[in-house]
Design a protein around this ligand. Structure first.
Ligand SMILES: C[S@@+](CC[C@H](N)C(=O)[O-])C[C@H]1O[C@@H](n2cnc3c(N)ncnc32)[C@H](O)[C@@H]1O
Length: 192
């Protein structure tokens, strides 16, 4: 019998690598002391980005011998990844079962499907929509083409504060007596 993992083939979205900026909407919702697990780390783009931000990060992948669906988890406080899309249901189910905050970068179609919707209804989700399509790195190393599918973060336990957030990159402006500037893609507020 065929399952999602057996259907994986090079060139499918299962093998796309995510650019670091995709994490930008998540930074304000992550605690710096957290140990983050990236359980489908691929080439490690997200692991590097989180490590550079000062987080303790463990990156694992089935290609390095750790099957997320069956492996014992490392110690972690929060799980963040762009998972393989061919096994969305099983992936989401396991995330909820681990009972730790998670954020999964997924195509909009992840909202479809009876099994997924049943889980979302039962446990809840908070969704962060990205402002543009991501230029994923393809299995052949190309980064110049936009993915043909829009993506969002499916989150749980991160206290985003809204079921649906249309995230946009912070822009510099002066509000009242505060100067608001963007440093390294983060909003910084100074008294003026
Ligand atoms: C879409 S890629 C994303 C890679 C990385 N997370 C990123 O965002 O740059 C999905 C990754 O999931 C891995 N993968 C597929 N099935 C897996 C499983 N059952 N357990 C762990 N990793 C798996 C693949 O090897 C691939 O590296």
């Amino acid at each position: 019998m065929s399952n999602g993992r057996e259907r994986r083939a090079p060139g499918r979205p299962d093998d796309f690598q995510t650019p670091a900026w995709a994490l930008d909407p998540l930074w304000p919702h992550l605690w710096l002391g957290w140990h983050i697990w990236e359980p489908a780390c691929g080439k490690g783009n997200l692991v590097r980005a989180m490590d550079e931000r000062g987080f303790t990060v463990t990156g694992t992948d089935i290609t390095h011998g750790t099957d997320f669906l069956t492996a014992d988890p490392p110690p972690f406080n929060c799980l963040i990844t762009n998972p393989p899309y061919s096994i969305k249901d099983a992936w989401i189910e396991r995330c909820y079962a681990l009972e730790k905050p998670f954020a999964l970068l997924m195509p909009f179609t992840a909202l479809e499907g009876k099994r997924r919707q049943a889980m979302f209804r039962r446990y809840g989700i908070e969704v962060i929509v990205l402002p543009s399509r991501i230029h994923f790195e393809t299995p052949t190393g190309r980064t110049d083409g936009r993915a043909w599918f829009p993506t969002f973060w499916v989150t749980w336990g991160l206290d985003i504060g809204s079921a649906l957030t249309f995230w946009q990159e912070p822009t510099p402006e002066v509000i009242m007596d505060k100067e608001v500037v963007v440093i390294d893609r983060q909003l910084c507020i100074f008294e003026v």
